[in-house]
Design a protein around this ligand. Sequence first.
Ligand code: SF4
Length: 245
Amino acid sequence: MPFGTEIAFGKKDSPIQSRQFEGMTLVGVMDRIDKYEPQSEVGVDASQVGHFVRLIDYKSGYAKFAFADVFLGKKLQLVAYLGVLMDNGFLPAGSFYFPVKDGWDDDEFSHRLVGIFRDDLDTVTHLDKGLSKHATDGQGKESEVFGVATHTTKTKGFCIAKRNDYALEDEQIQGLKEYSFAMIEQAIVQMKKGNIVKNPLAQGNKAVCGMCPYWGVCTSSGEPIQERVVMGTLGLGAFVDTQDK
Ligand code: SF4
């Protein structure tokens, strides 16, 4: 059920409150929020715990979510905005980019939502209603909405058959939220200290300054620019306990 679109948070009349970081309020606009009430039979009482929400950020062109980008502080939006909703009493069902591109790829999966979601059958069948109708037919079903599949087995009944790496336990979502907030706070601390040094971040062999339109301005003083280089891959384990996953 839609909760709203273009929802501002952190502003004076906003329906969503935000938090302060070092005396500064985090403000922003959430493109779209959907909500649902959890079913009582999964052990969650909606009247006591509120609604689950799915946050969607429309993204033109290529949309990709990677734990490395959160860890390095390059892309905090999906996680931090979901954290703001959690601070307002909502429960996290998922937070996704919706890739909006020119043209149409004629396959089932190129236009799926990209992001994190709660690793729970009740949640995933609310995030894609098309999955639940296969609860009794014994067929496996890959979601056309996001990265998950369901099927029915003799031993487990209707269950999640396949999820991607971004299916998270509640504690892991909480860990990501706290990490993103800590990154925001740290950035503000540094800015308040006057730290505006050129400090670009390159991942692997992808140099950034050579491709940057501001290169001429940045090098006009004649000072060389040192890029920080991150090699290898960073997964959820870099900053969230994954032992139980
Ligand atoms: S050229 Fe300047 S603005 Fe561009 S990435 Fe390098 S340091 Fe940043």
